[in-house]
Design a protein around this ligand. Structure first.
Ligand code: NAD
Ligand code: COI
Length: 331
C-alpha cells in the first residue's frame, strides 16, 4: 500500500514523513495541485491525499478510475469543490477532515473582526507602506463589547466563534438553517438571516459554500445590513456577490469587511509554492480599501490544524484501503 499527497506545503512535510514512519506506509508527496495534468503523478499509488479549493471534477475522477485509484482523501473541511456524483460514478471514495481545528478558523474570524473594527490594517499601511505616523480621526474604533455579533452557521466553527465573541463581551445572536436543539453556549438564535442583517454590527459567516448558499450576500442583503456593520467571511467566497460587496463598501452601505475566502480563488492562490502577483481586479480593489482586510485563505493555518489535517487524512486512507471502517465519508 502506498499513498501520494498533493499540494504539500513545506510545513506539512515533517508530518507526512512522521506519519509514514509511524505507520510503515510509503507516502510520497507532490507540490502540485491535483488536476487532469498532474494526476498521472499518482500512477502506481493506491490513494491520494488532496488539499485545494480549485475543483476536483468529473474528468479527474474518470482518470483516477483509469489509473486504478479508488480513494481521494481531502486534508480539509469544505467539499464544495468536489463533484461527489462523478466520484461515486467512478468508484472513488472521498473523505474529508471535518474538525481538524475549528478554533483555528474561529480565532481568525475574531482576529479579522477586531482588526477591521479597530482599523489596524489601515494603521499598519500608513506606517509600514508609507512610513508615516498618523493619529488621524479616521482611526476611531468600536468596542466588541458594545457590539452585537451575528454568527451565520452554528456548526463546529460557528460554535467556537460564538464562545470567543461572547468572551470579548459581545452580545451574540446566531442563525442556522438547522439550529441546535440544546445548547448552553452564550447566544440567542434569531428566526432568519434577515434578523441577523437587521441587528448585527458584525456579521460572521460560518456556513458551507454549497450551491444553495451561492451569493446569499447580494445587493439586497448589503442594503439591509446596518451602514455601520462589517462582514467577516472565512467560510467560502461563493457566499458573497463580490461586486455587490465592493459597491456596498464604496457607497457606505456597510462599514468594512474581513475577507479570507475569495470568490473564484485562483490556482495560484491554492498553489503551495506560489508567490504570484495578484491580477484579479476585484481582489486588487478590495485590498486597497482602508476598511477592508483580505487574507489568502489562511484562517485554517495553525500548527494544530496542519498536523491534524495530515494525520487524519492519511488515517482515512489507511482505514479504507486496509478494509477497515472509514470515518469522515463525504456525503
Ligand atoms: P459545519 O458543517 O460544522 O457547520 C456548518 C453549519 O452551517 C451547519 O450547522 C449548517 O446547518 C449551517 N448552514 C448551512 N447553510 C446555512 C445557511 N444558508 N444559513 C445558516 N446556516 C447554514 O461546518 P464547519 O466545520 O463549521 O465549517 C464551515 C465552513 O467553513 C466550511 O464548510 C468551509 O467552507 C469553511 N472553512 C474555511 C476555512 C478557512 O481556512 N477559511 C477552514 C475550514 C473550513
Ligand atoms: C477547509 O478546510 O475547508 C479550508 O477552507 C482550508 C483550505 C486550506 C482548503
Amino acid at each position: 500500500m502506498k499513498f501520494i499527497a498533493y499540494n504539500v506545503r513545506d510545513d506539512e512535510i515533517p508530518f507526512v514523513k512522521d506519519w509514514g514512519k509511524q505507520n510503515g506506509i510509503e507516502v510520497d508527496y507532490s507540490t502540485d495541485t491535483l488536476n487532469l495534468d498532474t494526476v498521472s503523478e499518482a500512477d502506481g499509488f493506491d490513494g491520494i491525499s488532496g488539499l485545494q479549493t480549485i475543483p476536483y471534477d468529473a474528468e479527474l475522477f474518470a482518470k483516477m478510475k483509469e489509473l486504478g485509484i479508488s480513494m481521494l482523501s481531502l486534508r480539509n473541511v469544505g467539499l464544495d469543490n468536489v463533484d461527489l456524483i462523478a466520484a461515486k460514478q467512478n468508484g472513488v471514495t472521498v473523505t474529508n477532515v471535518p474538525a481538524y481545528s475549528p478554533a483555528s478558523i474561529a480565532e481568525f474570524a475574531v482576529t479579522l473582526a477586531l482588526m477591521v473594527n479597530r482599523k489596524v490594517g489601515y494603521m499598519y499601511n500608513q506606517l509600514h507602506d508609507l512610513g508615516e505616523f498618523h493619529m488621524a480621526s479616521d482611526f476611531m474604533g468600536r468596542l466588541m463589547s458594545n457590539s452585537t455579533v451575528g454568527v451565520v452557521g452554528t456548526g463546529r466553527i460557528g460554535r467556537e466563534a460564538i464562545k470567543m465573541f461572547a468572551g470579548l463581551g459581545a452580545n451574540v445572536i446566531a442563525y442556522d438553517k438547522f439550529p441546535m436543539k440544546d445548547s448552553d453556549l452564550p447566544f440567542k438564535y434569531v428566526d432568519s438571516l434577515d434578523d441577523i442583517l437587521d441587528q448585527a454590527d458584525v456579521v460572521d459567516l460560518h456556513m458551507p459554500g454549497l450551491p444553495e448558499n451561492d451569493h446569499l450576500f447580494d445587493e439586497k442583503a448589503f442594503k439591509r445590513m446596518k451602514d455601520s456593520a462589517i462582514l467577516i467571511n472565512t467560510a467560502r467566497g461563493s457566499i458573497v456577490d463580490t461586486p455587490a460587496m465592493i459597491n456596498a463598501l464604496k457607497s457606505g452601505e456597510i462599514a468594512g469587511a474581513g475577507i479570507d475566502t475569495l470568490e473564484h480563488e485562483s490556482a495560484d492562490l491554492q498553489n503551495s509554492r506560489s508567490t504570484a502577483m495578484v491580477e484579479a481586479e476585484d481582489v486588487l480593489e478590495l485590498s486597497k480599501m482602508p476598511n477592508v482586510i483580505v487574507t489568502p485563505h489562511s484562517a485554517f493555518h495553525t500548527d494544530e490544524a496542519v498536523k491534524n489535517m495530515v494525520d487524519i487524512s492519511l488515517n482515512n486512507l489507511k482505514a479504507k484501503l486496509s478494509g477497515g471502517e472509514v470515518e469522515n465519508l463525504a456525503k
